[in-house]
Design a protein around this ligand. Sequence first.
Ligand code: MN
Length: 182
Amino acid sequence: MPHQRSLASNRAGPSVMAGLHLDGGTVFNRIVMPSRSEPSQTAEDYLERIQELIEEKGYARVVDIASTLKVRQASVTSMVQKLGEAGYLKYEKYRGLILTDQGRVVARRIQNRHATLSRFFSLFDLDAETQRADIEGIEHYLSPATVEMLDDLARFFEKHPAILRQFQQGRSPRPRKPNDLS
Ligand code: MN
């Protein structure tokens, strides 16, 4: 879930607006202002979802963004305004929300990173829904260096399937209930 993140993983920079009230009444001390150079983690969630909606339906409506991110429409409106001011998207009459070139560059980077993580996690026989949820949970916190390392690691295992098998076979069996995600 996008807003169940710990404070420990918050990489707060100078453009931090602390203590934002998010849905559910929880106070998070996290970056909320997207900057031109690097959008915040929250902003990344929005850009990623907006890009997915545009790919699926051709447009992104506030109501759809709100339901996929499980936030209030008012929160979407406010973030969309900030993302617009930061130059990532704009509102076009009759077309709705669209990403600017700059927004598309960032969205593509976010999608590539998600794809890299999927490629890595799918090596290990984890179930698809666990993978998806975990990637959504961590992706906005990983540094480019870590993502590059996981990309290389995925490539390494793909190139050496015998080593991957050896690793998989050497893992300790842990009994799990079917829906136990802990
Ligand atoms: Mn993602």
